[in-house]
Unconditional design. Sequence first.
Length: 236
Amino acid sequence: MEYRLEIWRQENSESPGRFQTILYQTGDDRETVATALTNINNTPGMKDINGNPVGEIGWECSCLQKKCGACAVVINGTPGLACDSFLRTYKKKKSIKIAPLSKFPLIRDLWVDRTILRENLKELGLTAAGDFVFTKKNNDIAFESSKCLQCGCCLEVCPNYVPDGKFFGAAGYAPETKFLTSLSPEEIKRLKPAYMTHIYSGCGKSLACKDICPAGIDMDRLLSRSNAVAVWRKKI
């Protein structure tokens, strides 16, 4: 099977970028976009359809098992994990267009800098939050919240999230819900101002995040729980 891969190439954030087209052949229908990128990088001397050298494609990966979120890219206009995007899914398409997430600073090619996700969690006060305690009431919510990969796919489709904006999106409230449903009233009161500024005041509840989440997190459930505790002071 031959696939036409259009891969975004850009040396750095200041240089011009373009799509480079590669004809990629494989006999294994279990291959993913991540597999293809790995194989291309492991094939010295590969050329594109115009006879130009491909060189090494800059992209990020780690577990390749849908557990870390590092390989998030945009495939044919939809964000997803390269390790969970099978080539056979796009068999009927004329080509597979692979681009970097657009709401993060570009490092090179498909590789972006998602440091802001960690900084946002600090701004929400989660790194200084008290000890997390499992209870019968919050066990299921804590598990759902902990599934967040911090991949950034939710922010790519969120109509309210903009880079450098005050709203932190689902990548902020999904992990925060775990803490809000377990901390003491005093700790929740400390976290509330940041929650109101960076989550509650900015969310338009389009729930595009729920539809795109690679981990299948029930975002509206987490949002309603975190709002209930932080905004309406209800006990969970």
